[in-house]
Design a binder for this molecule. Sequence first.
Ligand SMILES: Cc1cc2nc3c(=O)[nH]c(=O)nc-3n(C[C@H](O)[C@H](O)[C@H](O)COP(=O)(O)OP(=O)(O)OC[C@H]3O[C@@H](n4cnc5c(N)ncnc54)[C@H](O)[C@@H]3O)c2cc1C
Length: 371
Amino acid sequence: MSATQAPESSTGHTSAVSPIETDALIIGAGPAGLFQAFQLGLQGIASHLVDALPHVGGQCAQLYGHKPIYDIPGIPVCTGTELAQLLDRQIAPMQVPRHLSQQIESLRQREDGRWLAQTTAGTAFAARSIFIAAGVGAFVPKALKVPGVDDLRPNQLHYHPLQLDMAIGRSVLVYGGDEEAVSAAIACASPLSCGANTGAGAAKTYLMHRRDAFQAEPGQLARLQQLRDSGAIEVVIGQITEARHAAGQLSAVQWMDGEGNEHPLSVDMLLVFLGISPRLGPISDWGLAIERKQLVVDPATQATSAAGIYAVGDIVTYPGKKKLILCAFHEAAMAAFAAAEYLQGEKPLLQYTTTSAKLHGILGVSHPGAQ
Ligand SMILES: Cc1cc2nc3c(=O)[nH]c(=O)nc-3n(C[C@H](O)[C@H](O)[C@H](O)COP(=O)(O)OP(=O)(O)OC[C@H]3O[C@@H](n4cnc5c(N)ncnc54)[C@H](O)[C@@H]3O)c2cc1C
């Protein structure tokens, strides 16, 4: 299984390593989580960010990266990806460590009051405060559910891999019909993009989809057609019904064509692109007050029903809640002020980034005449 993406059925790890001690842990690096890191930084509170995706930006980057957003205050128009990049740039001075491609799967309180959080990759945190910015849930790849898959040894099945070096010299089946699947198949069949430093590619590349219609940019579709014509990519129209293996070593897949006939196909690596979708997952088991899959918070503080745990963005509900990015930004500021009082024992002063020398220090900027 890929190190970059754990599928929905992943059960996670138990960690023997000591937890990372931090004042604040932010679960989710969508717009709410990113801006939460900024607001905490302004309060002098160091944080860590965790996300199930291999990149920051949440829904903006994952669901509508190339589409325009018109209602971010002060930005007449930007794409989802551009907004994620701007938010990421804004937190650069805070140097927030990020732990991507891993899902927080458990959260419990230690005897000393700290919250112990564990990820599916085995990272553990002992945090004085938690900020749940989990949106509509953790974005995880849809798992391939056919006989034999669960018995495969590691490194033979990868979900939505970002790097393809492991495909060099292998007989690879790319499974899926979207842009990511098409581009992975092209990369496997094009030595220079698959193994950039070696000039090698996959020994054989198959691309399997249930229909002979692929969703990708026209340029990519044209390149796919060229590689099909040259025989570098063999397209198979059908669905996998079984992963065949000997003692966990993948040897072939069984697949079914449109007429219901089954065939074997010899391959030794599977790259699966069945889509990425949000799963609320373990959050509903953490004992927090929840209403219709949303965490109940006090809008004055964004506090949940547990002391030291705050929640912001699409995951929360309160009277009048709107699932808009600008509302998430406001909530992040409210949560940071409340957490500063909780962690530092006194109400923080409201200071302006325009004029406060303290905030300029945090932001790494200097202005003559600052107070
Ligand atoms: C097509 C579309 C267009 C939109 N257009 C607009 C618009 O124009 N203007 C606007 O204001 N809003 C728009 N929205 C809504 C906006 O995208 C959301 O309100 C916003 O993304 C919510 O931000 P968030 O950070 O709360 O959640 P998300 O963006 O969902 O991010 C949450 C992150 O948390 C991660 N996560 C969840 N659980 C865990 C866990 N247990 N461990 C690790 N990571 C976890 C997820 O992987 C995800 O990356 C649009 C939404 C869609 C789908």
